[in-house]
Design a protein around this ligand. Structure first.
Ligand code: SR1
Ligand code: MG
Length: 422
């Protein structure tokens, strides 16, 4: 490979990667048998699937700009470096949860990884009405294990500080989140869009809502200053590949040290939106009621399993340098350790709700929307689904401290679905 960055194409890929052993181990050395297609439909990168008679790999390469917008928005190539380092850490913290990495080239900003044959992007399943058994359990475990083990609860102080310093350089991708998730949805920013004129009144009301703006900025402040653990940083349902009862989490290029509730909140938000979007995807009214119930049950399972696994890790694996066992269990104060655990989970819970709310808002009012809404062709119907999400999002942000548990949040979700017309 050249020592100067050059974007790959389907035509040049075999020539350029044909000499790399970890790739030819899978595809064979006869590159004339390789079949390459570019499949990237995300907002930022090139993604190729390369197959040969002996196997397949995925090649992901960063572009020096935001693909969604074009060359007018430059973006550094180093995001591939953060993606690679996040993937290797996630694999250690929750083995089997991410694709295996075969090769990383920092200059070319590319990561070559396992081709997840037969997997679909979870967002597509949520539009098609496909259930995945055990999904909530796997996602709850992934969040608990990666967030706990990447934090000062699970790491020695030197490792934790080194990792925080490493990921602190992911400045430009954090900047995207800071602007697109926390700020731009709440004023008429240039790249925003929403379903108009149907949502105009609601959008005006939200942008004039002082409590909402203040709370969104409290959340932004926590996102920017509470460097608690290594986050995936963009954990939506487009970052999850699923097949039957198996999943893999992909695309952690937004990885950063931030508050635990951010990943969990972004994840739950995408299920809440998928719930409201069912009106736009069902064959006849009510046809997807069973699927709606499955989505809410999945949210419940994610949170329940997250709490159970986080608590297990707290009791069995608290080998970091905060909440020292020497102060608690070793003093016969296990009860104090349980009290501290309860406090930590409560903070994560409140953050989760708030981050879920801003994620719902930005996916409806900001630059980057979701396919579940965008593919609803009828503007009135789409606006109805989106309006429900906006309403729930506001409640989650502003009233997050008043929801003692998930049950009232799920009740509210259903009630908004019943009472707000589509
Ligand atoms: C300009 S990038 C827009 C969004 O795409 C990514 O997937 C992130 O969610 C980002 O906010
Ligand atoms: Mg992505």
């Amino acid at each position: 490979m050249s020592n100067q960055y050059q974007a790959l194409s389907a035509e040049t890929l075999a020539d350029r990667l044909g000499g790399i052993g970890s790739i030819t181990d899978r595809l064979g050395t006869d590159t004339s048998l390789w079949r390459t297609r570019e499949v990237g439909d995300g907002n930022l990168n090139l993604v190729f699937i390369v197959e040969s008679p002996t196997g397949g790999v995925v090649v992901k390469q960063a572009l020096p700009y935001v693909r969604l917008v074009g060359e007018s928005w430059p973006l550094p190539l180093k995001r591939a470096f953060f993606e690679y380092h996040a993937l290797t850490r996630q694999e250690k913290r929750d083995p089997g949860s991410v694709p295996e990495v075969f090769h990383f080239d920092e200059t070319q900003a590319l990561v070559v990884m396992e081709y997840l044959d037969g997997h679909v992007i979870l967002r597509h399943s949520l539009m098609a009405g496909t259930e995945h058994p055990g999904l909530g359990e796997m996602l709850g475990n992934f969040c608990a294990r990666t967030l706990f083990r990447g934090s000062a609860l699970g790491q020695p102080t030197a490792d934790h500080k080194a990792d925080r310093a490493l990921f602190a350089d992911n400045v430009e991708l954090c900047d995207i989140t800071e602007k697109l998730v926390f700020t731009e949805p709440y004023f008429e920013a240039e790249m925003n869009r929403h379903t108009t004129p149907q949502l105009d009144d609601i959008v005006r009301t939200l942008r004039a809502d002082i409590d909402l703006k203040v709370e969104a900025q409290h959340l932004k402040s926590a996102f920017c200053s509470n460097a608690e653990t290594m986050l995936h940083g963009d954990l939506h349902t487009g970052s999850i590949m699923a097949t039957g009862g198996k999943i893999r989490i992909i695309d952690p290029e937004f990885a950063l040290y931030g508050p635990m509730g951010f990943d969990v909140g972004m994840l739950l938000a995408n299920f809440f939106m998928a719930y409201y979007a069912q009106d736009g995807h069902e064959a006849s009214p009510g046809a997807r009621d069973g699927y709606r119930a499955w989505i809410l049950a999945t949210i419940d399972e994610i949170w329940t399993v997250f709490c159970a696994e986080f608590s297990r890790l707290w009791r069995e694996e608290r080998t970091g340098f905060i909440y020292d066992a020497s102060l608690f269990e070793d003093q016969n104060h296990a009860i104090a350790s349980e009290q501290a655990l309860g406090h930590r989970l409560h903070t994560i819970w409140e953050d989760t709700l708030g981050f879920a709310g801003v994620e719902i808002h930005r996916r409806t009012l900001g630059l980057a929307h979701i396919a579940e809404y965008d593919t609803i062709e009828d503007d009135d119907r789409r606006a109805g689904c989106e309006a429900r999400g906006l309403h729930l999002g506001r409640q989650l942000v502003v009233n997050r401290r008043h929801f003692a548990s998930l049950a009232p949040v799920l009740d509210l979700t259903r009630r908004i679905g019943r009472e707000l017309p589509v």
